[in-house]
Write a protein that binds this ligand. Structure first.
Ligand SMILES: [Ca+2]
Length: 533
């Protein structure tokens, strides 16, 4: 009590002393709020977009048809019709980011006796002095710079949402109208590039090396969910001084909204990085469209390029189909592992409907994709996930061909089995096909001496029984949902990487009760497993 009174007195004293410094706080506040939140007065144009909205819906339904994969088990369509799935991206995972810079300018922080026992507090007051934000040159240095990008549209029937003269992303114009505002560019999770890689990208050449501390992408929100347009789950920011060596600076976060048209998903760094090139990897929310109208990078001219910190990173290659890329399972795994203190990088090698045998044929699209991914990096782990129609004999015959290719190219990599869930659209059949899948993967693990085997089929079966209200399947009633992807990520993180599920703070924007239930399910699946009758 005495300490608190002392602290208050000290604070009051300090407040009066430091009143003259308060002005400098405004600058910081201004920085963080310059997100340029939408002006929603559009709507006049809204009707004229009806035709466009049908284009969007059309395209998003074609999205599925190529996933015909689990043909007998899955039905196609409507990736885009579930607005609520993606309505809570991981804002909760990094709430403190945007508020951190200001802390240091609050005078009372340093005056409280108990604060001084925390070593990091005492170093904070220096930040504003060294911050590049204080430099009068500090600005969005991506403005009007050139860029390259991944493909925008899934097929030729979709002429909408183009890039206007390859300038839309950096022309300073932020959409203020509906989703047909020409300021938007559209990315769709059904493009080949997206499905093979798990992201779409915009790569800006700043023209010179800059010192940067903040990255923003202005994106359309779930306000347009009915048209199949969703807020991206996040944008991963990668930077490079030379266009060859890349460094992952982090991922953006935001508070989702359904009332505003546009939000600024933002990454703010505590330590600056230098870069000439900035890559924005857009990871869509619900499968469907993501609309972007501007990317920004804030900083000042750098005197010289500074080498990136050495990354102690676990690299994982994930080979499979939509059961891996749907709702970005590799990214869910990454965030789950990162929140528990592991630094991992998960690379997609995925094509809708693929069987593992397809990847063993070097002349096929699948085989070429695998060859490219194997040549690109050295992986610590390679995850194998087969089509749900592949029975034990089929998986075994695929792996007889595929494993020699993998071990020849990546002798250091440990193979891991992702025991996939049943994608049967008839819930009453899932225990039967779930058991079949479980048994097949157990036998495969023995045959090929694969030690780590993620019991995802077990987890789904446990969840259906213990928490029937949690919807693990998407609106097609076949693929997994956003919550399903989170559960898969938990099981993979625990069984592949040894992550303690209790240490996981990432929530994927799911509510507390759902996160608690899914963690409970994952723990049971990874220890006892499902009680197959
Ligand atoms: Ca723009």
């Amino acid at each position: 009590m005495k300490r608190i009174i002392c602290a208050i007195v000290a604070t009051l004293l300090l407040l009066s002393l430091s009143a003259s410094f308060i002005g400098c706080e405004d600058e910081t506040v201004e920085e963080s709020s310059q997100a340029a939140e939408s002006k929603t007065e559009s709507s006049a144009t809204e009707e004229s977009k009806l035709d466009e909205s049908s284009t969007v819906t059309e395209n998003s339904s074609t999205a599925e048809s190529s996933d015909a994969t689990e043909s007998t088990e899955s039905s196609e369509g409507e990736e885009s019709s579930q607005p609520e799935e993606s309505s809570k991206p991981e804002e909760s995972s990094k709430p403190e980011e945007s508020s951190q810079p200001e802390e240091s300018s609050q005078p009372e922080e340093s005056s409280e006796p108990e604060e001084s026992s925390q070593p990091e507090e005492s170093s904070k007051p220096e930040d504003p002095v060294t911050s590049i934000k204080d430099n009068p040159e500090y600005a969005n240095v991506a403005l009007n710079k050139t860029y390259t990008k991944s493909d925008l549209h899934p097929n030729s029937s979709s002429p909408s949402y183009p890039d206007e003269g390859n300038k839309t992303m950096t022309d300073g114009k932020i959409a203020t109208g509906g989703y047909s505002d020409a300021a938007f560019m559209g990315y769709n999770s059904n493009t080949d590039f997206y499905r093979f890689n798990g992201y779409a990208y915009v790569r800006v050449d700043l023209g010179a090396v800059y010192e940067l501390d903040k990255f923003v992408a202005h994106v359309a929100t779930d306000k347009f969910a009915a048209a199949g347009i969703y807020t991206p789950e996040f944008v991963r920011i990668r930077v490079s001084n030379d266009g060859k060596e890349w460094y992952t600076a982090g991922a953006t976060s935001h508070k989702n909204t359904t009332t505003e048209s546009v939000l600024a998903t933002t990454l703010e760094l505590e330590e600056t990085v230098t870069a000439r090139y900035v890559e924005y990897r857009i990871v869509v929310g619900a499968p469907g469209w993501a609309f972007i109208c501007e990317v920004e990078a804030f900083g000042i001219k750098a005197e010289k390029a500074v080498a990136y910190p050495a990354e102690d990173i676990v690299k994982i290659l994930m080979i499979g189909n939509s059961t891996t890329y749907y709702f970005s399972v590799p990214d869910k795994l990454t965030f789950i592992a990162e929140s528990a203190g592991l630094n991992i990088e998960a690379t997609y090698c995925t094509i809708g409907s693929a069987y593992l045998s397809y990847f063993a044929d070097p002349s096929s699209v699948h085989g070429k994709l695998l060859t490219e991914k194997l040549a690109a990096d050295k992986y610590d782990y390679i995850v194998l996930q087969d089509n749900s129609n592949a029975d034990y004999a089929s998986v075994k015959s695929s792996l007889d061909k595929l494993i020699p290719i993998l071990t020849k190219s990546q002798p250091q990599a440990e193979l891991l089995l992702y025991e996939r869930y049943s994608s049967n659209t008839d819930p009453s059949q899932r225990p039967i096909s779930g058991k079949r899948l479980h048994n097949a993967y157990v036998q495969i693990a023995k045959d090929f001496n694969i030690e780590k085997h993620a019991h995802v089929s077990d987890a789904f079966l446990i969840c259906y029984e213990k928490y029937p209200s949690i919807e693990l399947h998407h609106t097609d009633n076949s693929h997994h949902s956003h919550a399903g992807a989170y559960l898969i990520g938990l099981v993979l993180a625990s069984e592949f990487l040894g992550v303690d599920i209790d240490d996981v703070t990432y929530t994927a924007g799911l509510d507390d009760a759902t996160v608690k239930a899914l963690k409970d399910v994952a723990k049971i699946a990874c220890t006892e497993g499902y009680n197959f009758k």
